[in-house]
Design a protein around this ligand. Structure first.
Ligand SMILES: NC(=O)c1ccc[n+]([C@@H]2O[C@H](COP(=O)([O-])OP(=O)(O)OC[C@H]3O[C@@H](n4cnc5c(N)ncnc54)[C@H](OP(=O)(O)O)[C@@H]3O)[C@@H](O)[C@H]2O)c1
Length: 239
């Protein structure tokens, strides 16, 4: 896996760029030469992230409600207008509810997780389908959780939502012609972010996957070296 491959000039959209993982992925794709188009809820936070990344004209940060079908379509249309194409879509919208037995967990938890973890995947993949299919280097990446395949009782809604997003991703992959665009899943248990390291100096996070490893895997999946991998699951869980 050549994580150092060039993504020179590729236009890669990141849905949910403002979270724990997003800035690390944006920096990694930017370092590989990509034009990084990040969407999150608030314009101020994407502007601040743009300053931090220092990608200049290779950064395009927008405020988008990724649960709103029209807002997602407008985001896509704006990117096509400004850059002429979109080559990659990285889905990083997250959220968690749980910690109660399945029969006691409020159904409102499921409703929220459905919106964050499934609906945003549906809306973004549908909106960007034609651009990815036409790109010649089209890539979709979902970051999923070990819980999707190994659900625990206290994580039922979260595990079911992530499993649904995985199934959607595999169905999306199935729709791409051989040798065309790809859609793949990166699997982690939990992610160790730079912020967590800074807030907990010296603390060990043995089961957490470093955000930088996830970003390397995503950069590789976006590269030509991963052109043959479609509908795959890339486990990055720690032993
Ligand atoms: N963190 C982990 O340990 C872990 C474990 C397994 C899998 N994952 C997956 O890895 C991915 C990245 O994780 P993460 O922890 O970085 O995710 P996150 O911080 O929970 O979410 C990423 C970003 O999505 C934004 N967002 C939420 N709803 C939105 C909406 N309607 N419109 C636009 N933006 C919205 C959030 O903005 P706000 O801050 O404004 O809500 C946040 O900045 C997620 O798909 C997550 O499920 C994470």
């Amino acid at each position: 896996m050549d994580a150092g491959a060039s993504l020179d000039g590729r236009v890669i959209a990141i849905a949910g760029v403002g979270g724990g993982l997003g800035p690390v992925v944006a920096a990694r794709l930017g370092a590989a030469g990509a034009i990084v188009a990040g969407a999150n809820r608030g314009q101020e936070e994407v502007d601040a992230l743009g300053e931090e990344l220092g990608l200049g004209k290779r950064w395009d940060g927008r405020a988008v409600d990724l649960t709103d079908v029209d807002a997602v379509a407008a985001w896509r249309d704006g990117l096509v207008e400004r850059f002429g194409r979109v080559d990659g879509l990285i889905h990083l919208v997250g959220g968690w509810r749980g910690g109660q037995p399945l029969h006691e967990e409020p159904l409102a938890d499921w409703d929220l997780l459905h919106r964050l973890l499934i609906r945003t995947v549906q809306l973004t993949t549908r909106a960007f389908h034609d651009q990815l299919a036409a790109s010649g280097h089209g890539r979709f990446v979902l970051v999923s959780a070990k819980q999707a395949q190994h659900p625990s009782n206290g994580n039922a809604a979260y595990a079911a939502a992530k499993a649904a997003a995985e199934a959607w991703t595999l169905a999306y992959a199935d729709g791409f012609a051989p040798g065309g665009a790809t859609a793949n899943i990166v699997v982690v248990d939990a992610i160790l972010t730079p912020q967590m390291r800074a807030e907990n100096p010296g603390k060990e996070f043995p089961t957490f996957t470093p955000a930088e490893h996830v970003a390397d895997a995503i950069a590789w999946l976006c590269s030509d070296g991963a052109a043959e991998m479609n509908g795959g699951r890339l486990p990055l869980t720690m032993p």
